[in-house]
Design a protein around this ligand. Structure first.
Ligand code: NDP
Length: 398
């Protein structure tokens, strides 16, 4: 039994609140807090649990966070606001002596750069305070790291090649929309590609490398090599990896819109002066795009996210593919959000459960693959994200 404070009331926050409210034996009291309290109230109204309360907080403001944490006294803070808030929330956790979990690594507002260095720098402070920080506990990052740890524990003596493959074969019926926060999503997919090979990072132009990959129950989809944050922690935690890459599917429509958005300057992250007021183009764009949490209603199709791994077991080369497929319709029927929010929110809930049950509870700052993957993998099957394994199959890579 534990008390948890969720910060952020978007698509992911909605799923986390839903899933936690279903488990009162684990999450005895839940406080959902965000910048706009009416959004928290609307979510709580739909869930209708007496264990779920709401509050307003500006998570950029450490004293406000500290006051809220002191008044509620949670065992854990689950950060599903934006990556910009990671450090202020970690600071507030240290000041109040509470553990921390998030789903995306810190990013400075004025620089589209994904690196763990800022959060890893909290290692000594969390360890000395006896607190746990669990970083990147969504699907990718999150389940992608747990899958890799599970493969290393059970199926390989040495992992050599890791390809994380992320396919969204859903259709939301809109000309252009992003599946999670538009600002974070566009910053992520427009940056240069990057992958790990033989001890070095190799940089590519955005979307330069692509190939057709076949996804279970979906079929062939053009998949693009992009940089994704878990590559940084996975190559550190599994040093036998010779090459690690991340692939994501994009439709032609989506890429065309993205190119136009970039070409006309709407993806800009530096403020411009518009009629005497400073605005950031990408933040203005976010305001006019469909909201991720509202995409679910007509969303059809499935996501398929997994790890394709090649390595050695007992001196013999082997391949392994572990994945989950998630239906947008089923996610919507259960929580009122689409599969991207669902596949992020469920692992965040499971990570929180692992912490409250004392299973993932070491002092310090950790990426998910540093913990025992087995209890987490069991929980995925029980809470809506079942996984499947294929052994010694063609991984479609050289
Ligand atoms: P949304 O934009 O839908 O929701 C973000 C929420 O955070 C909103 O409720 C917003 O409030 C709130 N928020 C923003 N700034 C503040 C602040 N200063 N103080 C308090 N609340 C604030 O995003 P998503 O739900 O789609 O994504 C949430 C997180 O999940 C993001 O960090 C995203 O990167 C991550 N993510 C991780 C994935 C993974 O697999 N690991 C996949 C998808 C997302 P308001 O409503 O007022 O704007």
């Amino acid at each position: 039994m534990g008390k948890v404070l969720i910060i952020g009331a978007g698509g992911v926050g909605t799923v986390v609140a839903h899933k936690m409210a279903e488990l009162p034996e684990v999450f005895s009291e839940i406080l959902l807090a965000s910048r706009t309290k009416s959004k928290c109230d609307a979510i709580a109204g739909r869930i209708g649990s007496k264990n779920l309360k709401t509050a307003q907080v500006d998570a950029d403001n450490v004293p406000q966070l500290v006051d809220l944490i002191r008044s509620f006294q949670p065992d854990l803070v689950v950060n599903v606001a934006l990556p910009y808030q990671d450090l202020t929330i970690m600071d507030a956790c240290l000041e109040t002596g509470v553990s921390y979990l998030d789903t995306a690594n810190y990013e400075p507002l004025d620089e589209a750069k994904f690196e763990y260095k800022w959060q890893w720098a909290y290692q000594d402070r969390f360890r000395k305070a006896g607190l746990t920080a669990i970083l990147g506990c969504g699907f990718d990052p999150g389940v992608s790291g747990v899958y890799t740890a599970y493969a290393a524990k059970h199926h390989f003596d040495e992992i050599q090649y890791l390809d994380i493959v992320d396919c969204n074969a859903g259709n939301h019926g809109k000309a252009f929309a992003t599946n999670f926060n538009p600002e974070i999503n566009i910053r992520e997919v427009t940056q240069k590609g990057r992958y790990w090979e033989n001890g070095n990072w190799v940089t590519t132009e955005p979307h330069e490398i692509h190939q057709l990959l076949t996804y279970p129950r979906i079929g062939e989809k053009e998949s693009y090599l992009i940089y994704h944050e878990e590559l940084e922690s996975l190559v550190k935690n599994f040093p036998t990896i010779r090459r690690a890459r991340f692939w994501m599917t994009f439709g032609q429509e989506y890429l065309t819109h993205l190119r136009v958005i970039q070409n006309i300057g709407m993806a800009g992250i530096q403020p411009i002066n518009y009629e005497g007021k400073e605005i950031v183009p990408i933040q203005f764009l976010k305001a006019v795009l469909p909201k991720p949490e509202e995409l679910g209603v007509n969303y059809t199709g499935e996501t398929s996210i997994g790890c394709r791994i090649k390595g050695v077991k007992n001196g013999i080369d082997k391949t392994y593919y572990v994945y989950n497929n998630c239906s947008h319709e089923a996610a919507y029927a259960e929580t009122g959000t689409q599969a991207i929010s669902y596949t992020t929110g469920v692992p965040a809930m499971i990570g929180a459960m692992m912490y409250l049950q004392g299973i993932w509870k070491n002092p310090g700052v950790f990426n998910v693959e540093e913990f025992d993957p087995d209890p987490f993998m069991r929980a995925l099957n029980l809470h809506g994200l079942p996984w499947y394994e294929l052994h010694d199959v063609n991984l479609e890579f050289d």
